[in-house]
Each structure stands twice: as C-alpha cells, then as structure tokens.
Design a protein around this ligand. Structure first.
Ligand SMILES: [Zn+2]
Length: 286
C-alpha cells in the first residue's frame, strides 16, 4: 500500500503559483494545507486512501434518498433550473443541459420533467447503468471520454464534484469547451471559509475522507472565483447557506439541539455574509 501524497497537492489546484502552508486543521491523515493566495484547503490523504473511499459511490444502495429528502432535492433542483433558464434568457425546451457526476440522475430527471433537454455523465459504472435502466439519458465514464463537439450545450452542472478532484482545472476547461459562449455552469461544493469551519474546525464531517468519501480539496468563494477565471468563466453570483456547530453524536442531544437552534438563527446572517457552509456558484462561459 502506497503512502504517497496525492500527486497534484504539491501546488494549488486552482492554478495559483503561491506556496501551500500548513494549517491548524488536523485530520487523521495529517494537517490540511492552505494556498496562501486563494485559501484553498488540501487534504494530506494518500492516493490509495482516496481511491478506497471513492468505492462507496458505486455501491448498489448509494444515494437512494428517503421520500422527504427526495422532495427537498426536487425543490432545490427547481430553483437551480429556474435560475439557469433566467440567466440564459431561454425557455427550458431550448436549453440543452448536462449534469456531470450525475450519480443516479435525479437532477437529470428533474430537468427533463421541467422541459429541459437534459442528460448526464457518471463515472461509477453500476450507478450510471441504474440511471439508464430507469429511462434517463445518462452516459458512463468521465466527461472527457464522451467527446462532445464544441459548444454542444447551453448549461452544465457540477454538484458536489469539485471537492473530489485532484485537478479541477482540466475538467472546467472541458466544460467551457462544450458550452456555447454565454453558457452557464453551476457548481455546488462546501465552503471552507464558513462560520461552520470557524466554529468546528477539523471536526466538520465534510473534511473527513472516511465520512464524505473522497473529499480532498476544499473551496471558498475566493478560490472558486479564481478557478472560474483560470478556466475562462466569469462569476454571475455565489451564494452560501447553512451553519452548524456540532455533528450528530458528537455531543449530548440537548447540546446538539441547542446548537441546531442557534444555527437556524444564523442561517440568514450567514447567507448575507457569504459564510454558510453550502456554496453554490453560477458561472458564465466567456
Ligand atoms: Zn490558490
């Protein structure tokens, strides 16, 4: 078993030439490092550990939400689709959209039902096959393996993908290539410059490669902006939401409940300050 660090982590994956510095955020595999220019945080996990934790994404029971969670995702997807149509200034029927890393294709399904010409691409082979079996237009493999023609799409999405990538820039440049000029790219990921990280530090589950399989690269509004610019995108807007102070089971249930109430009260201020731990960026191809 190799203990070598994931190779790209010698430099900032967003494209800064500034050195990485150690942080006080101590994880089992070593401290997170920070790009001194953009604040991107990088895991010290070994490459073998990274691949071990990614296996879960192809498990037969992976990503099968309960009805209540599915309803929540439907609402979230609806808002994202509405914003996409508004930014493009086109009705859904005229929008060809691709969801990259689409898992079981829930967003593809929501988009299709909303009238978009939607498809997805997913590297976990069994999950992609399950999406196709349910009638969705989902391709197996990486985006780069699909060989789409230039400017094939109006919109693309990367939901909870970039935090898994050793090298996000080549993927974003491929997104740019397959998008029409003025096309939109939506990215969702965690916000490492959040009040949650301020309060919880390394206790935040999102940092733990065991708990959130394969998370190795942690963005913030500044680093996602740098990534966008380096890949040829402008930033339309970035929004953040939600704060927490404890993970479940970490403290007594009374303290956990008190923390949840405080977090609810801070949700709106966190949104206004850009300090929530869920981040959503709407980019536009230049
Ligand atoms: Zn950087």
């Amino acid at each position: 078993m190799t203990t070598a660090l994931i190779p790209y982590i010698a430099s900032c994956p967003v494209g800064c030439s500034t050195a990485l510095v150690a942080t006080e955020l101590q994880l089992p595999e070593g401290a997170l490092r920070r790009c001194a220019a953009c604040g991107q945080l990088l895991s010290a996990a070994s490459e073998s550990r990274y691949w071990e934790t990614m296996v879960s994404f192809n498990a037969p029971d992976f990503n099968q939400p309960a009805p209540r969670e599915l309803e929540r995702r439907r609402k979230v997807a609806g808002r994202r689709l509405q914003t996409t149509a508004r930014l493009l200034g086109k009705p859904p029927a005229e929008i060809r959209l691709i969801d990259i890393g689409c898992s079981r294709g829930q967003f593809v399904e929501f988009a299709t039902r909303a009238g978009f010409a939607a498809e997805g691409v997913e590297p976990a082979p069994d999950i992609a096959a399950a999406a196709r079996a349910s009638g969705l237009n989902v391709h197996s493999g990486l985006l780069q393996e699909q060989h789409y023609v230039d400017a094939a799409f109006d919109a693309a999405s990367l939901f909870e993908v970039v935090e898994h990538l050793r090298e996000p820039l080549p993927l974003l440049r491929e997104c740019r290539r397959i998008l029409k000029p003025g096309g939109t790219l939506i990215i969702s990921t965690g916000n490492a410059a959040s009040w949650t990280v301020g309060a919880m530090g390394a206790r935040w589950d999102y940092f733990h490669i065991e708990k959130d399989g394969g998370h190795i690269s942690f963005f913030n509004p500044q680093s996602i902006t740098a990534l966008a610019h380096n890949a040829g995108f402008g930033v339309e807007h970035i929004e953040t939401s939600r704060v927490k102070f404890h993970e479940k089971g970490e403290v007594s249930s009374a303290l956990y409940t008190a923390g949840k109430i405080a977090a609810e009260l801070l949700n709106l201020p966190a949104q206004l300050a850009g300090r929530g731990h869920d981040m959503l960026a709407y980019l536009r191809r230049r």
